[in-house]
Ligand binder design. Structure first.
Ligand code: NAP
Length: 279
């Protein structure tokens, strides 16, 4: 029987995950279909129970990465540490949670030659930001400055992350008060720049001369942040690389087979290109 996989989030109708995952299932001869399921937040508690019963696995996205945890039977060590799940696998009646966003970040940085990070500027304090903190722990980064728009959110985020990652010194700044900082990695974990929206001035200033700028946003592939960084000679990493690398690990968790990474990459690049061409 054809297995069913789904991406579950509040509004996932435009996601590229189905294109990427269905190309991988086809390439590896897995009889499965991957689809999007948009769920209004107030219906999540009962929809998730149906989805857990009717799918073999799910990707979970905004705003349910933490909320889903209470419906799962077990968590891997990473998702348990950061309190965010983006992959669910069902085995019989048991549902297990994982976080592959961390691999999306670490693998993309390694592909660009970054094995270690000296200090980082993290924009945002949501699910992707939590995955970034775990990634920085893996890459031995001792210092992370978190940029938020709401100071109380910044305080609670760094207090929680400091408790989990004892080897990282966290600080925070609001976006409007951000001044020159000396970091060798900038990571955008907010929707700033998605759909071609303009980059806030304070962020333009701090990317001057930085060595690596990584944007979790993948639409457009080259955001205003990445364009600016490129002009200033930085190494740039697009969110589509993160999407690909988190998807590779999700595929392997679900199927136990090695993921056809190049096929997945090509399907993503083709879709993004045809969107950019307006076709
Ligand atoms: P999330 O949990 O909802 O967190 C979003 C964060 O962005 C929050 O800290 C929020 O601040 C902040 N934010 C939202 N709008 C903002 C604005 N206009 N200015 C400044 N800050 C703003 O979302 P997430 O899961 O972390 O995702 C964040 C971004 O990463 C999204 O664009 C998502 O598509 C992308 N992402 C990409 C991948 C990938 O594979 N490429 C994977 C995961 C996420 P408040 O707390 O003040 O609301």
């Amino acid at each position: 029987m054809t297995e069913r996989y789904a991406l579950v989030g509040e509004d996932v109708s435009r996601s590229l995950s189905p294109v990427m995952m269905n190309s991988a299932f086809k390439e590896r001869g897995v009889d499965a279909v991957y689809e999007t399921v948009s769920v209004p937040p107030d219906t999540f508690p009962y929809r998730i129970k149906d989805l857990l019963a009717s799918t073999s696995g799910m990707n979970i996205t905004i705003p349910f990465k933490s909320q889903v945890i209470e419906y799962l039977d077990e968590l891997d060590s990473v998702s348990s540490r950061i309190g965010a799940v983006n992959v669910v696998k069902r085995t019989g009646t048991k549902a297990s949670g994982y976080n592959t966003d961390v691999n999306g970040i670490v693998a993309s940085l390694r592909e660009h030659g970054r094995e270690r990070v000296r200090s980082a500027l993290l924009v945002g304090a949501g699910g992707a930001a939590r995955a970034f903190c775990e990634a920085m722990d893996e890459l031995g980064c001792p210092e992370v400055l978190v940029v938020v728009r709401d100071p109380s959110r910044g305080e609670s985020f760094i207090s929680e992350m400091s408790g989990v990652f004892k080897g990282i010194r966290f600080g925070f700044s609001t976006l409007d008060r951000l001044r020159d900082v000396d970091v060798d990695l900038v990571f955008n974990a907010t929707p700033i720049g998605s759909g071609g929206r303009e980059l806030p001035e304070p962020l333009k200033r701090v990317i001057y001369g930085r060595s690596t700028v990584f944007d979790a946003v993948y639409r457009p592939t080259k955001t205003e942040l990445l364009k600016t960084a490129e002009l200033r000679g930085c190494t740039t990493i697009s969110g589509y690389e993160m999407l690909l690398n988190q998807g590779v690990l999700a595929f392997e968790i679900w199927t136990g087979k090695s993921a056809p990474k190049e096929v997945m990459r090509q399907s993503l690049v083709r879709s993004l290109q045809s969107e950019a061409d307006g076709s």
